[in-house]
Design a protein around this ligand. Structure first.
Ligand SMILES: Nc1nc2c(ncn2[C@@H]2O[C@H](COP(=O)(O)OP(=O)(O)OP(=O)(O)O)[C@@H](O)[C@H]2O)c(=O)[nH]1
Ligand SMILES: [Mg+2]
Length: 394
């Protein structure tokens, strides 16, 4: 499932527009487009992964949900037929834009679970259905933990319940009580491994209208918007990176260029001159970055009125992210020390001009680069926070 996060939500043309608007500084336009997508998630595609041990009934479950039998055309192969080693996508017509992915059995490889997760690109799915038969598996616990680590959700499907019901009948046990015990068992197993118990469904894929198959289908349908909104909010940092990437590349080049210039000036073995020019270059670089990626009061005000939020909220969010990791005063002190050292060294003639030039070049380059690069990162984080706050998805 090789897909950029941006292309999951926006068409190629929309993506190009977003990137170009961001490049030309129209952050407000970018945020409003993202907001309109977020307000209308109907067409958003949600990838649902059906996972579980081999033979647990994943493929049969997918076929039944899709209203197919194993031998029908387009149905997932089931039973003793060779397990697919690649995740396979099956459209789910009852709920459009909701492909079900039949993943290989968690225990079908000799790999440990982390390699399996990497192989099936586990993090690329939005929602999960863990299918498990007869008892709680070690791999079920591992999958559940990995899903919750990603802040995503899952349903737990206890399959082949018809077999359990048959066994209960044979034992003359109470059918309702037996199913309650199975459910309580699932809950306590999740709790014992530190996982918040998910919605649990006891189903038989041979009986679409019996047990909890109907409830599973209706829960999926009614939860869809909430799941989509979680998926959108989790993807926001990733697709913002894709939107900002072309401009960031350009700004990083500019930071490098200014640092090289500062380094070149630092090579002049006249400490006072290199100090003043170095500071001048750094300050003009900072002002330029602020212009390119910063948000002034006017644009914050205009954005706030469009998204219906007080300007003060956006301002607070932005300033929370803006303190520079290297405060300018610290850099100036460092530069000052550098200059004084150079001057003393120059007066005492204890260093040759070549040594002074090398020292000046390296220190001016490093300090300018560090300061500008950190400032760029801070401004980006601040922008990201403003976007989240404007979209109210924190
Ligand atoms: N009794 C009963 N048998 C089922 C049910 N679901 C699946 N089976 C049977 O269980 C066996 C395995 O089912 P599959 O759907 O192929 O299992 P899978 O999880 O896809 O297995 P792999 O693809 O090998 O990972 C098949 O023989 C199915 O007919 C069910 O709800 N009840
Ligand atoms: Mg299968």
């Amino acid at each position: 499932m090789a897909q950029s996060t941006l292309s999951k939500f926006f068409t190629a043309e929309e993506s190009r527009n977003l990137q170009s608007e961001y490049r030309t500084g129209e952050l407000e336009a970018v945020i409003l487009q993202i907001k309109s997508k977020f307000d209308n998630l109907d067409n958003m595609q949600l990838n649902i992964a059906v996972v579980g041990d081999a033979g647990s009934g994943k493929s049969t479950f997918i076929n039944t949900v899709r209203g197919l039998h194993s031998e029908d055309q387009g149905a997932a192969p089931t039973g003793n037929k060779e397990t697919r080693m690649e995740p396979t996508r099956y459209p789910y017509r009852a709920l459009p834009n909701l492909p079900l992915w039949d993943l290989p059995g968690t225990n079908s490889f000799r790999f440990e679970i982390n390699n399996y997760l990497k192989m099936v690109r586990f993090e690329s799915y939005d929602f999960f259905i863990i299918v498990s038969q007869s008892r709680f598996r070690e791999n079920d616990a591992e999958l559940a933990k990995k899903i919750q680590e990603q802040d995503k959700e899952f349903h737990y499907v206890r399959s082949k319940i018809d077999n359990d019901v048959h066994a209960l009948k044979m034992q003359g046990a109470d059918f309702g009580e037996g199913l309650r015990t199975i459910r309580m068992d699932c809950v306590s197993n999740f709790q014992s491994v530190g996982v918040t118990p998910p919605a649990i469904f006891l189903i038989s894929s041979f009986d679409l209208d019996k047990y909890e198959f109907p409830k599973l289908k209706s829960t999926l349908a009614s939860d869809l918007l909430r799941i989509k909104s979680i998926a959108f909010s989790l993807s926001l940092p990733k697709f913002m990176l894709e939107i900002t990437e072309p401009k960031m590349r350009m700004l990083k080049k500019r930071v490098c260029l200014l640092a090289v210039l500062a380094g070149a000036v630092g090579a002049v073995p006249v400490p006072g001159l290199s100090f003043i020019t170095g500071i001048g270059l750094t300050v003009s670089g900072l002002i330029n970055l602020q212009k390119q990626v910063g948000l002034n009061d006017k644009s914050l005000q205009s954005l706030a009125s469009k998204v219906g939020k007080p300007t003060s909220v956006l301002k607070t969010e932005m300033s929370r992210r803006l303190p520079s990791k290297i405060p300018p005063a610290f850099t100036k002190v460092l530069l000052g020390i550098t200059v004084i050292t150079c001057m003393i060294a120059g007066i005492k003639h204890s260093f040759s001009p070549v040594t002074l030039s090398i020292f000046g070049t390296v220190s001016s380059f490093a300090l300018t680069y560090m300061l500008l690069n950190d400032s760029l990162k801070d401004h980006l984080e601040a922008r990201q926070q403003v976007v989240r706050s404007a979209l109210r998805i924190d």
